[in-house]
Design a protein around this ligand. Structure first.
Ligand SMILES: Cc1cc2nc3c(=O)[nH]c(=O)nc-3n(C[C@H](O)[C@H](O)[C@H](O)COP(=O)(O)OP(=O)(O)OC[C@H]3O[C@@H](n4cnc5c(N)ncnc54)[C@H](O)[C@@H]3O)c2cc1C
Length: 479
């Protein structure tokens, strides 16, 4: 994790140390416990013939390295799988699909497991790390991205050609997992959902056939995969549209929480008139062993002079303790929010938020953030609200609200959940909308992410394309 202007960045440093401490210790302990329970708990192993069916590495329960390979990134999630398959390439992926089909087994494709929900129980877990191809075509402004590639690699390769993709707050997530779920990007207001930037998917379908899904071929698959998740096929590569990346300005400002009413008022005002190049997120923080804070995270697709002019209302708010804003590289986006890049035992909840009226502001500021680590409001609108023929379709809500807590002990999960729910209940159904698919959390289903029309169409495609339920995504559309 890179942190700029370290000397002025006390709360971010605190959060980093906290994440690292928890990610290193608690994560390992709780996941080892979960995995060993799963292995002993009797999920039958896949047949040994699986090893001869594919060329990639197969790990079965009891094999050295199995527990580690089966562990999801979010270590609070228990997933007891039959086997872990590191597929070697697209042909291997096809062989694995044919094997699973003939053996009556299901596949859970999980590049990293950021979104693991427990649904992979009893499946063959597919790891895509060897599908690591990445080719940038600067002239065509496109990238061909293997299913094992994360955003940090795409951003680095794109930046070398003065281009950018549409990553979110953490470039540690896989391009495939994030994009198949829609993908809410820093640059979404300008370029739409990450899924809106997909030109083609190379897939293995449930019959083991290699297909290419575009707007003109396998159009139903192309539609479903642009935001409906990975329930319909095994994606081996994605072709993405990239965008010009001349200059980027951004960073984080922090104040003591007593300034929250002023910061929120400025946030409402700035987001009320922001051009699509400007994205501003508001957060309330309770970093461990630190006073509560309020923060603004921002990116501006343009130069520092115009970016700081657009954000100047925040300069009038006194007491600022940290400001990391500067011209920044397109590869340095993660330094804004300093989210954990190592496995972290966290719980989250999120929803679209119709508006931030006075009543909503009052409810948000009424109570302390603890036991949560943060309450974050992201500004939406712009291209995210434009009509798009995909499951990640036009979002009319102006904002997104997300709650995050770190689970240091089992009881924390209930406390985090209860606190998040309290905020949601206070804001009420007239303001709280659906959950972005990539932000679903265990206990929710795909229905929580989609309108009736969209979930019905996704289900129809699932039944037609995968009638035996061979693919099992973290959040399945038939649930
Ligand atoms: C720190 C952090 C920050 C985040 N920030 C954002 C953000 O700003 N915006 C946002 O939208 N999301 C964000 N997310 C959520 C993230 O996008 C989802 O968790 C996403 O699912 C991660 O993808 P993954 O591959 O890493 O996870 P995994 O759990 O490994 O995969 C997720 C799902 O993707 C599908 N899938 C993945 N690859 C394939 C494939 N090759 N074929 C078929 N299906 C496949 C599977 O159905 C799987 O269930 C964040 C998550 C974290 C942990």
């Amino acid at each position: 994790m890179s942190i700029r202007k370290v000397g002025r960045n006390l709360p971010s440093d605190l959060s980093r140390r906290h994440f690292l401490a928890l990610g290193g210790g608690v994560a390992v302990a709780s996941t080892l416990a979960a995995c060993s329970a799963g292995a002993e708990g009797g999920t039958p192993a896949a047949g040994k013939d699986l090893r001869s069916a594919i060329r990639g590495r197969i790990l079965l329960p009891g094999d050295e390295g199995f527990d580690l390979a089966a562990r999801p990134w979010n270590s609070t999630i228990d997933q007891s799988v039959r086997a872990v398959a590191h597929i070697a390439d697209a042909d291997d992926a096809a062989a694995l699909v044919r094997y699973a089909h003939s053996a009556g087994m299901s596949l859970a494709v999980q590049p990293i497991g950021h979104g693991a929900s427990g649904a992979a129980e009893g499946t063959i877990l597919v790891r895509t790390d060897q599908l690591d191809q990445l080719r940038i075509d600067a002239g065509a402004r496109s990238a061909r991205v293997g299913a094992g590639v994360s955003w940090n690699a795409v951003q680095a390769a794109s930046a070398a050609a003065n281009l950018t993709g549409a990553p979110g707050s953490s470039s540690a997530v896989s391009v495939a997992g994030y994009t198949l779920g829609g993908g809410l990007s820093w640059f979404g207001r300008k370029y739409g959902w990450a899924a809106d930037n997909v030109k083609a998917f190379d897939v293995i379908d449930a019959q083991g056939r290699r297909l290419r899904a575009t707007a003109d071929t396998e159009a139903d698959l192309y539609w479903a995969l642009r935001g409906g998740g990975g329930d319909f096929a095994l994606v081996t590569a994605i072709e993405l549209e990239l965008h010009p990346a001349p200059t980027l300005y951004g960073g984080r400002m922090l104040w003591p929480v007593q300034r929250a009413p002023e910061v929120l008022a400025a946030f409402r005002s700035v987001t009320g008139q922001a051009p699509n190049e400007l994205t501003v997120w508001f957060s309330l923080f309770q970093f461990p062993k630190a006073p509560p804070m309020v923060g603004i995270d921002a990116t501006y697709l343009g130069d520092a002079a115009e970016g700081s002019r657009l954000l100047r209302q925040f300069d009038d708010i006194g007491g600022r303790v940290s400001d990391t804003r500067s011209t920044m590289a397109f590869t340095a986006l993660d330094s804004i929010t300093t989210e954990p890049s190592t496995p972290t035992p966290s719980r989250h909840r999120a929803a679209f938020l119709a508006d931030l009226d006075d009543a909503a502001v009052g409810k948000l500021l009424a109570e302390p953030v603890a036991p949560l680590l943060s309450v974050q409001i992201r500004h939406l609108g712009g291209a995210l609200a434009e009509p798009s023929d995909s499951p990640a379709s036009a979002i009319s809500e102006r904002y997104y609200i997300g709650f995050l807590g770190i689970q240091t002990k089992p009881d924390d999960a209930a406390a985090i959940q209860a606190r998040s729910q309290k905020y949601l209940d206070a804001l009420g159904p007239e303001l709280i909308g659906r959950t972005p698919f990539t932000m679903l959390t265990p206990g929710q289903t795909a229905r929580d992410a989609f309108s009736h029309d969209i979930i019905d169409r996704l289900r129809e495609i699932k039944r037609a394309r995968d009638p035996h339920g061979l693919f099992r995504s973290n959040y399945q559309v038939l649930d």
